[in-house]
Design a protein around this ligand. Structure first.
Ligand SMILES: NC(=O)c1ccc[n+]([C@@H]2O[C@H](COP(=O)([O-])OP(=O)(O)OC[C@H]3O[C@@H](n4cnc5c(N)ncnc54)[C@H](O)[C@@H]3O)[C@@H](O)[C@H]2O)c1
Length: 665
C-alpha cells in the first residue's frame, strides 16, 4: 500500500500486528490510576466503539492491559508503520488543499524529531496531546483525505465527531480541547476524563497542530531577555543574567542569552539534561564548582563576553554564592518547573539529585518539606540581590506562587490588586506592556512545500516588509521592529528548524498582514509554494491566563475568558482554515483558556481577503480588551488601528482622577 492509500483507509479492516513496546523510546509517564472498576469498564467500552465488533474479543484484553500499565488506552497496535513527519503538501491524498495542509501540520506534531512522547501522541509539556489514541489519528486523517471545501470536520478533544456540511468560507476544522463545565475543571477531573477517553489536554500548540519545535521558545525567550535588559536601562553586553532550568522550555534560556548578547548563568540539577544541552551547543560551558563559577563570571564580566554557562547544581547555591562573592546580577529569573513542585519540577538544595528522586517516591511528605525549605532560602537569597539592585521577574513557572505557599518572603508589602507579589511576572513588566499591548506577538508560518529554499525566500520577504514598515512606524514600536528584523536576519544562521520548514517572529497586526500579503503574492507568482500561517496561543488575544498572558490586566477582568472565546469565534468566520480553543496549557488545567488558528495561503484572491480580515481581528480583539483595561500602550495601539481602518470603532475607557477618591474618605 502507498502512503496515500494508507491514509485513505483510516482504521484498517484487518487488525495490524500487535506492537512491541520499545523501551528505548521516550514514553509518557504512567498516569495516575484514578478510575473505579465500573469506570474502567466504561473506558474500555469507549475505546472499543472505534472498532468493528468482530475485533472486540482480541482488543479487550489488550486495551485492559494498556489501561492497567499506563493509565490510558493509547491503542499502540494501530500506530502507523510509515514515518510521521511534515511531508510536502502534494504528498497527501485528498480533495481539499486546506485539509492537506492540516494533515501536514498534524504529522509534524507527531514527528519523532519534534514530539516529546510520539507513541502516546504527546507533542510537548508532558501531556500536550494531539489525539488521545491512534484510532482518532487514523480516522481524522481519513476524514481529511476525503473532505471537500464544503465540509467542516469537528474535533472533540482528539475525537473526530465527523464531517458536517458547511461552506467554502468556513473553517475546514474546528478543534476544541479539554472544554468542560467550569465546576469540573480540577486537575483530577482531567485525569478521569482523559482516562475515560472523553477529553484531553491540548496544551497550546499541541492539540491545535501548530507546534514548530524549539524555535518558538528560543525566539520568545530572546525577546524577553532583550526587553528585560531594556526595562532596567542596560545593554546586555557584559551584564549578567542568572536563572535556572535547562529542560524543555527553560533550555532555551542560555541560547537566548547568547543571541541577546549577555552573560548567562543557568543552574540545572540534572546531569543528563545538562550534557544534552552542552552537546547541542545550547550552552557554551559547564561548571560544577562554585568557586570556579565565580572566577569564570568575573572574567566574563571583565572581558564583556557573550557566553552561556551552565552550573551543574542547585540554583539556590548560585544565588547564595554570588551574594557572598559580591557578584552583581543584573537580571534574574527562574524556570524550574514549579507548576509541578512535588513530582520533580523543583529540586531541594543540599540533597543530591539521585537522593531527591528516591525521597520524592518513598517519602513524599519529607520531600515536600525540603522543597518548601529550599523555596524559602531561594527567595531570601534573591531578596538580598534585589536589595543591591538586581531586577528579578517570575517566568510564568509559578515560582512566586509556590514560594508564597511555602511562607517565603515574596509578598508585596504595599499590596495592590494584581500586584500581590514583591516581583512582577515576565508578562506584567516585560511582554505585556512592551509587546502584547502594542499587538506584537508570535506570528509563525510553515512552508507547505517542505522546501528549505522556500523558507529562505519567506525570511527575505518578511525582512523586507518589516524594514519598510519600520521606516514609517511610530517611535513606540521601533524597538520591537528592530529586534525582529535582527532576528529574521540571523534566523538561517541560528539553524533552529526542527521538523517542518517553519519560522516565527513577533509582529503587530500591520506587520502580520503585510507579511502574509507579500507571501500570498509570491505564491501567486510561483516564487514559493503554499504557506500555512499561524501563531502560538501565548499571544495578544488568544489566551486568557490570569498569571501569565493576561497578568497585566488590572481592571479585575483577568479571570474572565471572554477574549479567548471571542477570538476563536471571530477568527472562524473571518477566514481561518482551522481554529482551536483549549482549556489548560502552560499553567495547568482549569487555569487558562487559549485558542489559535491556522490559515493556508494558496496565492488566491480569496486568501488575500481572508488574511486581511482575520489577522486584523485576531490581533485587535486583544488590543481592544487591553485598552479597555486602561493599558496606555494598548490605548495608543487601538487608536492607531482605528485611524487606519475606518470600520473599526472601539469603546475607549475614560480614566478617573485618583484624587477624587480622596474626597470620599
Ligand atoms: N519559557 C517560557 O517562555 C515559559 C513561559 C511560561 C512558563 N514557563 C514555565 O517554565 C517552567 C519550565 O518549563 P520546562 O519545559 O523547561 O520544564 P522542565 O521540567 O523540562 O525543566 C525544568 C528544569 O529545572 C530543573 N530544576 C528543578 N529544580 C531545580 C533547582 N532547584 N535548581 C536547578 N535546576 C532545577 C529540572 O531538573 C528541569 O530540568 C514551566 O513551569 C513552564 O510552564 C516557561
Amino acid at each position: 500500500m502507498t502512503f496515500k492509500e494508507k491514509i485513505k483507509q483510516g482504521i484498517p479492516a484487518n487488525l495490524p500486528e500487535k506492537k512491541v513496546y520499545d523501551t528505548s523510546r521516550n514514553h509518557a509517564p504512567k498516569r495516575k490510576e484514578i478510575l473505579s472498576d465500573e469506570e474502567k469498564k466504561l473506558a474500555l467500552k469507549n475505546a472499543l466503539r472505534y472498532f468493528d465488533d468482530k475485533h472486540h474479543a482480541i482488543l479487550l484484553p489488550e486495551f485492559t492491559e494498556e489501561l492497567e500499565k499506563y493509565g490510558r488506552i493509547y491503542m499502540y497496535r494501530f500506530q502507523p508503520d510509515y514515518k510521521l513527519y511534515a511531508r510536502s503538501i502534494e504528498e497527501y491524498p485528498g480533495k481539499s488543499e486546506q485539509a492537506k495542509a492540516i494533515m501536514l501540520m498534524i504529522q509534524n506534531n507527531l514527528d519523532d524529531a519534534v514530539a516529546q512522547h510520539p507513541d502516546e501522541l504527546i507533542t510537548y509539556g508532558g501531556n500536550g496531546a494531539v489525539f488521545q489514541n491512534w484510532a482518532q489519528y487514523l480516522l481524522t486523517m481519513q476524514y481529511l483525505s476525503e473532505m471537500t471545501d464544503k465540509q467542516t470536520l469537528v474535533m472533540y478533544s482528539g475525537h473526530p465527531l465527523g464531517l458536517f456540511p458547511s461552506n467554502k468560507n468556513a473553517p475546514r476544522v474546528v478543534v476544541t480541547n479539554g472544554m468542560v463545565i467550569p465546576n469540573y475543571s480540577k486537575p483530577d477531573d482531567w485525569e478521569k476524563m482523559n482516562a475515560l477517553g472523553v477529553s484531553q489536554y491540548g496544551q497550546m500548540t499541541a492539540g491545535s497542530y501548530m507546534y514548530i519545535g524549539p524555535q518558538g521558545i528560543v525566539h520568545g525567550t530572546t525577546i524577553t531577555v532583550l526587553n528585560g535588559f531594556r526595562k532596567i536601562g542596560k545593554s546586555p553586553k557584559g551584564n549578567l543574567f542568572v536563572t535556572a532550568g535547562l529542560g524543555g522550555m527553560s533550555g532555551a534560556q542560555p541560547k537566548a542569552g547568547n543571541i541577546a548578547g549577555c552573560i548567562t548563568v543557568c543552574a540545572e540539577v540534572n546531569p543528563k539534561i545538562t550534557q544534552v544541552r552542552l552537546d547541542q551547543g545550547w550552552i557554551d560551558e559547564k561548571i560544577t564548582d562554585l568557586d570556579e563559577l565565580v572566577e569564570r563570571v568575573k572574567i566574563a564580566k571583565h572581558k564583556q563576553e557573550t557566553v552561556s554557562i551552565a552550573y551543574l547544581g542547585n540554583i539556590v547555591e548560585v544565588w547564595e554564592k554570588f551574594d557572598e562573592a559580591e557578584i552583581f546580577i543584573d537580571l534574574g529569573s527562574d524556570q524550574t518547573s514549579l507548576h509541578n513542585p512535588w513530582a520533580g519540577g523543583y529540586y531541594p538544595v543540599d540533597i543530591s539529585f539521585e537522593e531527591a528522586n528516591i525521597m520524592m517516591a518513598e517519602n513524599p511528605t519529607l520531600f515536600k518539606e525540603k522543597v518548601q525549605e529550599t523555596l524559602r532560602r531561594h527567595a531570601a537569597a534573591i531578596n538580598k540581590h534585589t536589595k543591591k539592585g538586581t531586577y528579578f521577574f517570575d517566568y510564568g513557572n509559578a515560582f512566586l506562587l509556590e514560594a508564597s505557599r511555602a511562607g517565603a518572603d515574596v509578598m508585596n508589602p504595599n499590596k495592590e490588586l494584581g500586584r500581590e507579589f514583591k516581583y512582577p511576572s515576565y508578562v506584567q513588566d516585560i511582554m505585556g506592556p512592551m509587546c502584547f499591548d502594542y499587538g506584537f506577538g508570535p506570528f509563525r508560518w510553515v512552508c507547505a512545500s517542505g522546501n528549505s529554499d522556500d523558507l529562505k525566500k519567506t525570511d527575505k520577504i518578511a525582512c523586507k516588509v518589516l524594514e519598510k514598515l519600520k521606516e514609517k512606524s511610530p517611535k513606540e514600536i521601533q524597538q520591537q521592529m528592530a529586534d525582529n528584523i535582527q532576528w529574521i536576519k540571523g534566523a538561517q544562521e541560528n539553524k533552529l528548524v526542527v521538523g517542518s520548514q517553519a519560522r516565527i517572529l513577533y509582529a503587530d497586526a500591520e506587520g502580520r498582514i503585510e507579511i502574509a500579503k507579500a507571501f500570498n503574492k509570491a505564491i501567486k507568482k510561483g516564487k514559493i509554494g503554499p504557506v500555512v500561517l499561524g501563531r502560538d496561543h501565548h499571544d495578544v488575544s488568544g489566551t486568557d491566563s490570569p498569571y501569565r498572558e493576561t497578568s497585566n490586566i488590572y481592571d479585575g477582568s483577568r479571570f474572565t475568558a471572554d477574549m479567548a472565546i471571542q477570538n476563536v469565534i471571530g477568527d472562524s468566520f473571518r477566514g481561518a482554515t482551522w481554529v482551536s480553543i483549549h482549556n489548560g496549557g502552560g499553567v495547568g488545567w482549569g487555569e487558562v483558556i487559549n485558542g489559535g488558528f491556522g490559515m493556508l495561503l494558496d496565492g488566491s484572491k480569496a486568501a488575500t481577503k481572508r488574511l486581511k480580515s482575520m489577522l486584523f481581528w485576531d490581533v485587535n480583539n486583544g488590543i481592544s480588551r487591553r485598552s479597555w483595561a486602561r493599558n496606555d500602550e494598548a490605548i495608543f495601539a487601538i487608536k492607531r488601528a482605528m485611524k487606519s481602518e475606518k470600520q473599526l470603532k472601539v469603546t475607549l475607557p475614560n480614566k478617573v482622577d485618583e484624587s477624587l477618591f480622596d474626597s470620599l474618605t
